[in-house]
Design a protein around this ligand. Structure first.
Ligand SMILES: Nc1ncnc2c1ncn2[C@@H]1O[C@H](COP(=O)(O)OP(=O)(O)OP(=O)(O)O)[C@@H](O)[C@H]1O
Length: 286
């Protein structure tokens, strides 16, 4: 573990001549339970931020079972496995999406991608760090749960958006994820999004329920970034492969996502740059 931490630090020094570049923000969108609407939120949030004028890269880190490209109707030309096997530049995997959003697909149906070794994860994070000059914001859509790969991405970023629904199973798993994040990345921020909530009151009740336990057992709590109601337009947008913020920019769900984007970008930023990914991953392996 400590060897890997040292290798990561050396890599950061090599990449930046000893100086972190202090540029972009890295946001991970994650969840404890699968199927809660994480990818849908990540895509629409990335587009809402891009629409505000920021240069955004959306990385689908649900490696091996990625579907952001499908939800956007994109066909990636380069495969992430080649970056890992041959050391290709990650920039070759960038595909342009709507509004100029740049997307990197995590590949689908590749067992190898779903089971990356530590050095492969390291190489991938190193390549992401190199995108720092090209983008203002990197949105990483992680897989669900607390696997090693998911945690590597989540713990390597300082800002995480934790998605849950009001269902008890999703709430329990969201708390589980929050517990891991707070214990292993105490300096980071976790914001909660309650998807498929009846209304703002239900979302606040869900957040309070999680925070009650989090305050008591972890001594921490999460800000409620926002909520989204159940809305068939979200499902229809997935089916039509056109994100709802584009298909129906004035719909309630779209306005709620735009408000989240404004809240995040208006919030105080810690400009560590993408290089922070590796520095913090080194901390994970310490
Ligand atoms: N607010 C919503 N209203 C209605 N349907 C929704 C809403 N949010 C998500 N969905 C639907 O729920 C399904 C799962 O969404 P999504 O793929 O974004 O979840 P996920 O958490 O990323 O799943 P996974 O864990 O498999 O990656 C999709 O069919 C999506 O259209």
């Amino acid at each position: 573990m400590s060897d890997q931490a040292e290798r990561l630090r050396t890599l950061v020094r090599q990449l930046h001549g000893g100086e972190p570049s202090h540029r972009g923000r890295v946001l991970t969108v994650t969840s404890g339970k699968g199927g809660v609407g994480k990818s849908s939120l990540a895509i629409n949030l990335a587009l809402a931020i891009q629409r505000m004028g920021w240069r955004v890269c959306l990385f689908d880190a649900d490696l091996g079972l990625a579907n952001v490209d499908v939800m956007l109707g994109l066909t990636p030309t380069e495969d992430l496995t080649e970056v890992l096997r041959q050391g290709f530049d990650l920039q070759r995997c960038l595909v342009e999406g709507p509004l100029g959003l740049q997307v990197i697909s995590g590949g689908s149906g590749f067992y190898e991608l779903a089971n990356l070794s530590d050095p492969q994860l390291e190489r991938l994070l190193g390549q992401l760090t190199r995108l720092d000059d090209l983008f203002d914001v990197l949105v990483i859509d992680t897989g669900a749960g607390i696997s090693r790969t998911v945690l590597s991405f989540v713990l390597s970023s300082l800002e995480s958006i934790l998605v849950t629904t009001p269902e008890p199973t999703a709430i329990t798993d969201a708390y589980g994820m929050a517990k891991v994040i707070f214990s292993r990345r105490p300096e980071g921020q976790v914001r909660l999004v309650v998807n498929q909530a009846r209304d703002a009151a239900e979302a606040r009740a869900v957040a309070e329920r999680i925070n009650l336990v989090a305050r008591r057992f972890l001594g921490r709590e999460m800000d409620l970034l926002g909520y989204l109601p159940f809305d068939l337009q979200v499902r229809e947008a997935v089916q039509a492969q056109v994100p709802f913020v584009l298909a129906n920019p004035h719909a309630r769900v779209s306005r709620l996502v735009a408000a989240m984007a404004e809240q995040i970008l208006g919030a105080r930023s810690r400009p560590l740059g993408f290089s922070g990914l590796l520095e913090r991953m080194a901390g994970v392996f310490r």
